[in-house]
Design a protein around this ligand. Structure first.
Ligand SMILES: Cc1cc2nc3c(=O)[nH]c(=O)nc-3n(C[C@H](O)[C@H](O)[C@H](O)COP(=O)(O)OP(=O)(O)OC[C@H]3O[C@@H](n4cnc5c(N)ncnc54)[C@H](O)[C@@H]3O)c2cc1C
Length: 427
């Protein structure tokens, strides 16, 4: 492969206590939580939208749960006052504005349209970020950086150890372009919300019809109500065998999922009661990536920890609950290792601080879906309520580290827990 040598002089255009990379549920929660502790915070996001998959990915609803903390606060502030029973369903426009308000109130400086190209390193530790934008290449320095990019773009370029996808073969969960249908008769519409939900329709059973008629690897039916009249959110496009850390794979997945849209709309019109006159209303700005890198932390959360509902003494996320939502890595539906209905553990589990601290790298905390966990554990903690509360813990830890001048790995966890208690989080 040909290569060229590039030499840059990069201006440092900002100095902060805490820098957060990525404005998804984890990054926003981290930035707000750090800002509330009075430190100088900047949140850097490649797109023009805050909320990550929750907004630019056109997400239907918050699944799984935690108790207390910033997730509950986001729900309280973003719900439609006259529809309390729809509290977990997302109006993406409203959610984005609520997140912007929360950032503003916490005095977080926001830099949208800024891609984090690499970490700024000093003496082997992360000491800031190098960003690329319309203004060129610029440096931002910080006492502590939180990597909430989903893929761990900062951590990987700083040399943190990681594995890609599933242990053994590196297979990753499929990607999906979410979209919305208008013109649905919601008084009659079927809404199968999991792979294991079967629905009898005049022509047969809807999941079986989808497997037989949709262009593979599409082939399942996942439909969710929305807060808008006649509108349903659809999680049915599917692209397997792609790596979300490769731009060419992201491109391929986006094009393939877009090509499935017309067939899915036609299928629903043909077979699904309530969808006879539906039409494609809008699709997500970003392809949804479920899984990429899993970093090696001081501790790696496992599926066994989740099944045992383990309460770690150094907990920073508590009462986390969901299932093993592993989408089939080779086709439609649920993977053989996944478990949705009948998930055997109804009690919540905890996530220890060690999952947020890279095993060997200093100056950096991980937040959101890229923390240290196995493929199976990740399929559970990757949902947005849990990612938001991971972000809250990371933001508090980053702020305390910056204030006290200690490395994140040397911060006594009891100090993070004291702050989390104040936010209503109990083990
Ligand atoms: C198709 C799909 C359906 C899902 N369904 C649900 C559901 O129903 N309910 C649920 O609770 N969860 C669902 N999830 C899971 C959930 O949405 C994600 O796992 C969660 O949003 C992860 O949060 P995060 O903050 O870690 O990352 P993300 O939401 O991915 O946010 C990461 C942010 O970082 C930014 N970023 C990335 N790289 C860079 C960079 N180098 N520089 C600057 N910015 C960068 C991105 O633009 C993005 O805004 C779904 C996920 C997918 C993909």
């Amino acid at each position: 492969m040909k290569s060229i040598q590039e030499t840059f002089t990069t201006p440092i255009v900002g100095e902060y206590d805490v820098l957060v990379a990525g404005a998804g549920p984890a990054g926003v929660a981290a930035a707000v939580s750090a800002g509330r502790l009075g430190v100088k915070v900047c949140l850097v996001e490649q797109s023009g939208i805050v909320g990550g998959v929750a907004t630019s990915g056109m997400m239907s609803h918050w699944t799984g749960n935690t108790r207390g903390g910033i997730y509950e606060e986001i729900l309280d502030r973003s719900q439609e006052p006259d529809k309390p029973q729809m509290r977990r369903f997302i109006n993406t426009e409203r959610l984005e504005n609520v997140l912007l308000d929360m950032l503003d109130e916490a005095h977080v400086e926001l830099r949208l349209y800024s891609f984090v190209a690499s970490p700024l390193m000093e003496a082997g530790a992360v000491a800031g970020l190098i960003i690329e934008s319309k203004a060129g290449r610029q440096g931002l320095s910080a006492k502590v950086v939180v990597d909430a990019t989903g893929d761990g773009d900062v951590a990987v370029r700083a040399g943190a150890a990681y594995t890609l996808g599933r242990e053994g073969d590196g297979a990753m969960q499929p990607m999906t372009l979410m979209f919305r249908l208008g013109g649905v008769d919601t008084s009659r519409a079927i809404l199968p919300g999991s792979f294991e939900t079967t629905v009898k329709v005049p022509d047969g059973e809807i999941q079986a019809l989808a497997r037989a008629e949709l262009p593979p690897p599409a082939g399942h039916v996942l439909l969710y109500p929305s807060l808008l009249p006649g509108v349903v959110t659809v999680n049915m496009t599917n692209c397997t065998g792609v790596d979300g850390t490769e731009a060419q794979d992201l491109t391929r997945a986006t094009v393939l999922c877009r090509r499935q849209l017309d067939a899915i709309v036609a299928f629903l019109r043909r077979h699904a009661p309530g969808y006879e006159h539906c039409y494609l209303l809008t699709s997500a700005a970003q392809i949804g990536v479920r899984e990429t890198r899993h970093f090696k932390g001081v501790y790696t959360l496992t599926g066994e920890d989740i099944l045992a509902a383990r309460v770690f003494p150094d907990w920073v996320v508590t009462k986390a609950h969901f299932n093993f939502d592993i989408h089939n890595v080779k086709g439609a539906g649920l993977d053989a290792n996944g478990c949705q209905h009948g998930f055997p553990q109804a009690r919540g589990y905890t996530i220890p601080y060690g999952c947020l601290v890279p095993e060997k790298l200093d100056g950096l905390l991980l937040a959101g879906r890229c923390i240290s966990g196995t493929h199976q554990a990740h399929s559970n903690f990757r949902v947005m309520p849990i990612c938001a509360n991971i972000g809250q813990a990371a933001g508090i830890a980053a702020a305390l580290s910056a204030q006290k001048g200690v490395l994140p790995r040397d911060l006594p966890v009891s100090e993070i827990q004291t702050e989390l208690h104040k936010c209503g989080i109990e083990p």
